[in-house]
Design a binder for this molecule. Structure first.
Ligand SMILES: [Cu+2]
Length: 223
């Protein structure tokens, strides 16, 4: 008797699922940035303008900006507002990390191999990093208002959201982008800004192609 009842409820459920399919996960934006005047289309930051969606950050979120072989690594590092960044000196010489950024200017002073200092970034913006000792050392921390960001690969390709973004630092992976209309932007230190309107449908994956040219970057992330 109960078997029959189970069967009936199974078919009822199956029928309901056919009539009203489960809501599909929301979409994503995939695309390619084509560049003129650069050797590589790698490491261009693609992100969504305007929208503010805080990501769990703070004391448990630690990004790392290494100093190694007289370079900062990574060269560009997007982080959400409220993140802490460690600056370990993994070199054999002293470094002196500082930034003249408008939003979060700082100077960590000179420190020795094996030492590390950290800073918390509570305002969105571009943080250009420099070292007082080595003029060629330069890198960027991009403090973002939402988690929808990706860096292009060597072919200029990207996907937003990037489910791996920030997971090393302790962030939950972001898996999908709600349907909507978005302003997609790029930032690279040698490219002019590009903005494109993109619509992500309820089911869908939006595909875009952005054309970027060498030139002054514009010094702000959001307008
Ligand atoms: Cu240095």
């Amino acid at each position: 008797m109960s078997i029959t009842f189970n069967k009936i409820s199974f078919f009822l459920t199956a029928g309901l699922l056919l009539l009203f399919p489960l809501q599909l996960p929301a979409g994503s934006i995939t695309g390619t940035v084509k560049v003129k005047g650069l050797r590589s289309a790698e490491n261009i930051m693609v992100y969504l303008d305007k929208i503010e969606i805080p990501v769990a950050a703070g004391d448990n979120t630690h990004f790392v900006m290494n100093q190694n072989n007289l370079s900062f690594l990574p060269h560009i590092m997007p982080i959400p507002v409220g993140s802490t960044v460690e600056f370990p000196n993994n070199d054999k010489v002293d470094h002196n990390v500082f930034s003249l950024s408008r939003t979060t200017p700082f100077n960590l002073g000179s420190y020795k191999p094996g030492e590390s200092k950290s800073i918390r970034f509570d305002k969105a913006g571009i943080i250009e990093l420099r070292c007082d000792v080595h003029a060629e050392m330069i890198a960027y921390i991009m403090v973002l208002k939402n988690p929808y960001v990706a860096l292009t690969d060597s072919k200029g390709q990207f996907r937003i959201p990037d489910p791996k973004w920030g997971t090393d630092a302790g962030l939950p992976g972001i898996k999908d982008l709600p349907a909507g209309s978005y302003r997609l932007k790029i930032w690279h230190e040698k490219l002019r800004p590009v903005t494109q309107q993109v619509t992500v449908s309820e089911k869908g994956e939006a595909t875009v192609e952005l054309n970027a040219k060498r030139g002054p970057t514009g010094s702000v992330l959001y307008k």
